[in-house]
Design a protein around this ligand. Structure first.
Ligand SMILES: NC(=O)c1ccc[n+]([C@@H]2O[C@H](COP(=O)([O-])OP(=O)(O)OC[C@H]3O[C@@H](n4cnc5c(N)ncnc54)[C@H](OP(=O)(O)O)[C@@H]3O)[C@@H](O)[C@H]2O)c1
Length: 241
């Protein structure tokens, strides 16, 4: 495959799916801007990817940090061709008052964070005729007990993406990727003990490696500009729901 010289910005690039997307895209010639809050993780991935990557400490719930990141991407890489909205948290638990801060955190990170990064980088994407990749979830299509707030964020991503697709075409392609279970640290942050145990057991028995999702993202981006893979649901073969 011909190597690209495009620039991709990836939110939540410090672990899991975002980290895998960074590796795969860098391998295809992209220069990647890695965004996340954990500096040590950013530094080690930049060391690995060397001159293909810059690391920028940024929190998608803090708009000023995203604006600063966009300035750096413009100055150091000449602007973004691709934005991958990947940063997310999954704090599954029975719905109730006790978890209201976690509900809010998921909405602010998964949904509002993606909206913020997109509005901040939109000028750069327009200037380059770029691509927007939103990492949703199978939980944007099915909604088990305990997933109410998380599924709301992913359903939200899907609805927002669909309206954006219509609004931004044909200048910017909008792609939604909906992974099933992926082996990452996502479930490590769950605070409800039963939900955490269930999520981790599911991960250990069912999940696919994050590289499987990264390969799909790279494939979708590599399609000719006349084609958009608007919505891609990717489950491990053994996953039922
Ligand atoms: N794993 C799965 O089974 C699965 C399935 C479907 C969809 N997804 C989605 O895939 C995406 C990535 O998740 P993952 O599985 O790779 O989990 P992960 O390994 O926990 O990665 C989550 C990433 O999001 C970043 N992040 C969290 N809050 C952030 C914030 N406020 N600002 C900036 N970055 C933030 C984290 O970085 P820092 O902590 O360094 O900021 C980390 O890099 C999420 O949107 C998730 O909902 C995952």
């Amino acid at each position: 495959m011909t190597k690209t010289n495009r620039v991709a910005v990836i939110t939540g690039a410090t672990s899991g799916i975002g980290e895998a997307i960074a590796r795969v895209l860098a391998g295809e010639g992209y220069r990647v801007a890695l965004l996340g809050r954990r500096l040590d993780r950013l530094s080690s991935l930049v060391n690995e990817l060397q001159d293909r990557a810059i690391g920028i400490q940024a929190d998608v719930t803090d708009r000023s940090s995203i604006v600063a990141a966009a300035d750096r991407v413009r100055q150091e890489l000449g602007g973004a061709d691709v934005l991958v909205n990947n940063a997310g948290v999954m704090l599954t638990a029975p719905f109730g008052t006790e978890k209201r801060d976690e509900h809010r955190r998921m909405v602010e990170t998964n949904l509002l964070g993606a909206m913020t990064a997109t509005e901040v980088f939109l000028d750069q994407l327009r200037a380059k005729g770029g691509d927007l990749v939103n990492i949703s979830s199978v939980a944007g299509r099915v909604a088990p007990a305990g997933f109410a707030a998380y599924s709301a964020t992913k359903w939200g991503i899907n609805g927002w993406s669909e309206a954006l697709r219509v609004e931004l075409q044909p200048d910017i392609r909008v792609m939604v990727i909906e992974p099933g279970a992926v082996a990452t640290e996502l479930s490590d942050h769950i605070t409800d003990p039963e939900s955490k145990k269930a999520a981790q057991e599911y991960r250990d028995h069912v999940a696919m490696p994050p590289q499987d999702i990264a390969d799909v993202v790279a494939f979708a981006l590599s399609r000719p500009k006349r084609v958009t893979l608007n919505e891609i649901l990717v489950r491990p073969t053994v996953q039922a729901m």
